[in-house]
Design a protein around this ligand. Structure first.
Ligand code: GDP
Length: 238
């Protein structure tokens, strides 16, 4: 029998989790969908973006983070999100929902268009603090995700992997998948060395992810981390 991997340890202090909880409990609104990057608002607020294969649970995650049920359209139709969808959190942070990728029903030309939009955003957004790349905890990284990882490395944008739908597997399996994922991305330059394990359905991992986002957007300092937690990189203080 394989030994169960240890569950990811909480890295944030209670005070930091509370600060992040309060931030995400404040006003959150959909502000716009952009089909082109030149339609975006000026880069005057920190942004964090969410990317992932269609149906990975991106809309559900944005809804769960903000506690707003219908904020991001939790579409049952794979690939409906074809624009950059922007949400404003407490007039402080923009959450950007990037077009989903890897859906079978879209034509090649259509797929290219969404990919180009995502890439143009990644390359040209100076206020983009981190991308959250969502991966289904049951499946782990797949070949369809490799292109997204390559695009993120190429754009040199800090990105963190978020495992979704963790409630569908046992906690020890989710922890093993987190471990495997961390190892798989270890050599990737722009990958953030923590993996979030989440369940939008049950709320698991949401408090920590809120704190990760608040920290990436510079709304929390290094003292938000529990003593002894390694500070991932210098880009935190950039
Ligand atoms: P998107 O295409 O990435 O925006 O994915 P959605 O948020 O629309 O979710 C796709 C499907 O997965 C929906 O049927 C959701 O109800 C389901 N789903 C999303 N998150 C979770 C989760 O945390 N747990 C479970 N069990 N189902 C989820």
């Amino acid at each position: 029998m394989t030994k169960p991997a240890p569950l990811p340890q909480p890295v944030f202090t209670d005070a930091a989790l509370e600060t992040a909880r309060i931030l995400f409990a404040r006003q959150a609104d959909f502000i716009m969908g952009a089909a082109q990057v030149d339609q975006l608002p000026p880069p005057d607020l920190p942004e964090v973006a969410f990317a992932g294969r269609s149906n990975v649970g991106k809309s559900s995650l944005i809804n769960a983070l903000t506690g707003r049920h219908g904020l991001a359209r939790a579409s049952t139709e794979p690939g409906r999100t074809r624009e950059l969808n922007l949400f404003l959190l407490d007039e402080q942070i923009r959450l950007v929902d990037l077009p989903g990728y890897g859906f079978a029903r879209a034509s090649k030309g259509e797929t290219k268009k969404f990919q180009n939009l995502g890439r143009a955003y990644l390359r040209g957004r100076p206020n983009l603090k981190r991308v959250y790349l969502l991966i289904d905890a049951r499946h782990g990284l797949k070949s369809v995700d490799a292109e997204a990882l390559d695009a993120l490395d190429l754009a040199a944008v800090s990105y963190q992997i978020v495992l979704t739908k963790a409630d569908k597997i046992k906690p020890a399996e989710a922890a093993r998948e987190a471990d495997r994922t961390l190892k798989a991305i270890a050599k990737r330059q722009a990958a953030f060395p923590r993996v979030a394990v989440t369940s939008s359905a049950k709320g698991g991992g949401m408090a920590e992810l809120r704190a990760e986002i608040a920290m990436a957007a510079h709304k929390l300092d290094d003292d938000a981390l529990k003593p002894g937690t390694p500070t991932p990189s210098a880009e935190e203080s950039a």
